[in-house]
Design a protein around this ligand. Structure first.
Ligand SMILES: Cc1cc2nc3c(=O)[nH]c(=O)nc-3n(C[C@H](O)[C@H](O)[C@H](O)COP(=O)(O)O)c2cc1C
Length: 206
């Protein structure tokens, strides 16, 4: 049995384009893959408080943590472990103002820490996550690379790629659900257009 961690960053539930695309992938997964879902707009994410930041800095410097810092750090470690130990990570991420929804950034800020999610090795930064990644980006418009160059307004895909590289998720499949707002049936068509791609990715996950 392998573990797929599915992180959904849309508040739109069943109406979500990214969520509908993720569902296509999940339904096509081999039966040996167990799915754990984290809906970032439904779970309570702890605030990044001064205590959490001092726990982060003390942990990074090998200093001892206060009782309060230890309690916060245990929660952080639990979230990090869930992410780093997953065999596969599936992210469903809408574009919000050219970038990612704030809950996804909150999640990234909570789980990205030196010594926990990545380390400094002799050859540079090394991510400690062990899974492969599939990222579904949903967008009202079309931000595909043009003539081999990234779209100048796409701050969603380059940022997520940089972060996933840092934390060690590899390889990464990127699936674009685009032009979801281009008319009444646009979202349905956008999801349909990536169905074969999603099923093919799912069939290779184990
Ligand atoms: C707060 C907000 C900001 C958005 N900003 C953009 C944007 O910058 N570019 C774009 O193409 N679509 C934008 N959209 C549209 C969404 O990207 C689009 O509807 C997408 O399909 C939503 O994904 P979901 O259905 O999975 O939540 C925005 C939507 C919201 C709610």
């Amino acid at each position: 049995m392998s573990e797929l961690l599915y992180i959904n960053a849309s508040p739109r539930g069943q109406e979500s384009a990214a969520g509908q695309a993720a569902k296509v992938l999940i339904e096509a997964l081999p039966s040996a893959v167990n799915v754990t879902t984290v809906n970032l707009f439904e779970v309570e994410l702890p605030d990044v408080t001064p205590e959490l930041i001092s726990a982060k800095f003390n942990f990074a410097m090998g200093a001892s943590l206060s009782t309060k810092e230890t309690r916060i750090w245990e929660k952080v470690t639990e979230m990090v472990n869930q992410f780093t130990k997953a065999d596969n990570v599936l992210l469903a991420i809408p574009m919000w103002n050219f970038s990612i929804p704030y809950k996804m950034k909150h999640y990234i800020d909570l789980i990205t820490h030196p010594g926990l999610t990545f380390i400094q090795s002799e050859s540079g930064l090394k991510g400690l996550a062990s899974g492969t990644g599939t990222v579904i980006f949903s967008r009202g418009g079309d931000y595909s690379p043009k003539k081999g160059k990234p779209d100048a307004f796409d701050f969603q895909s380059p940022y997520l790629s940089a972060w996933l590289n840092l934390v060690g998720i590899a390889p990464i499949n990127e699936v674009l659900v685009q032009r979801t707002l281009a008319g009444p049936d646009a979202q349905e068509k956008a999801v349909e257009s990536v169905t074969a791609e999603l099923e093919s990715i799912a069939s290779k996950l184990s």
